[in-house]
Design a protein around this ligand. Sequence first.
Ligand code: HAM
Length: 420
Amino acid sequence: MATFAPPPGTADIFEEEARDWRFLESVARETFTRYGYGELRTPVFEYTEVFQKGLGDETEVVQKEMYTFTDRGGRSLTLRPEGTAGVMRALSNTDVMNGVEQRVFYLGPMFRGERPAAGRRRQFHQIGVENVGRCAPLLDAECIAMLANFLRGVGLDGFTIDVNTRGAIADRAPAVEKLRDYFASHINDMCDDCRARLERNVWRILDCKQEKCRAIVADAPDYLASFGEASRLYFDEVRRALDRLKVPYQVNRNLVRGLDYYVHTVFEVTHPALGAQTAISGGGRYELYLPGEKRPVPGVGFAAGVERLLLCREAAGIKASGDFGAKAFLIGLGAEARLANLELAETLRNAGVKVELELEERSFKAQLRSANRSGAPLAVVRGESEMEKHIAIVKNMADGSQTEVPDLELANFIKQASLK
Ligand code: HAM
């Protein structure tokens, strides 16, 4: 048989796996709804400037990883590499600008042209939330607590939440200067990327993965003291609230996050199954410019990678639980019985019973084989004489015992049997 693999970094999700996806999604809906969030479905592609402006031209995602194409009218479009910018574009049509708080969550595919690896895909899926329109430390803490709740809800524990502050734009200049001075004095020992980052985005040096840069970062000065008082107090308040909510976290001075829209609180979650370098979720507080607006809109949110959450669940040996199999397999002998079984299947399904059957002409033996393969505990057999008597022979697949059951009682019989 010819095999056609999907493009690198993408995957087909078959039913058995899809069950775990649905479970994750249902926990997300249920958890976020309790916090007053409603679902928002935005397009999977947007005008390219939504991401350029939203995420910032300097962001690696924008520079290297976007799937961008031109539509027939000559407009540049991009498959969404993340959810926040599109959500903000959608909310620009609401009254967030007037300080009305919006709480939205989203689920769906995102696209980044990254080198595929375990837990790194080109089409991946995020479950995310955005709380838009307001700015307060307690909102950030509530958001982190909700994330922890969600992760526990999908069966994960042992995860680590790192938090840090990027400070407010208005009072972080001295901190930037302090870092720039320090790294400038070590520039000759740093990687090429960090040399470029020194002028363009000094924060990103803090999370460089290169060994030689990490050694220099380890001795970097504590920049928090150089933030203005407002930024420091903001971060204190976030931590106080997290302590009060008993959300376990650790402060990580080198956590800066890959996207440039962040201010104040940033956070990232890792899990031992994937190691400290691979985040299962990340987020923070941000300020984003909506199209045509001169003032940025504040928000706080996070996104978790579905594939990564599933890898962690797999490592912990967790599978979606539930009753997914067929309860009965209908076997018909002859054309009339086949047609009658199609009708019976409809009746049983409408009564809430999951049944399977063979609709193509097949021998009794072949149908029995299909019944075995289906895993259904019962086979319901009908030929001409059973139909005349309005009964069926119900065969217990495990022990071979047979019972005559009137057609009208079949639904109940199958339901009762599956409760045993
Ligand atoms: P992000 O850190 O770029 O943040 O992505 C969030 C999560 O998406 C990551 O922690 C990871 O689990 C997953 N993820 C990212 N890239 C990939 C990939 N190539 N393959 C598999 N999983 C991946 C954001 O996207 C922000 N929009 C989060 C946010 C919302 N910040 C504020 N609000």
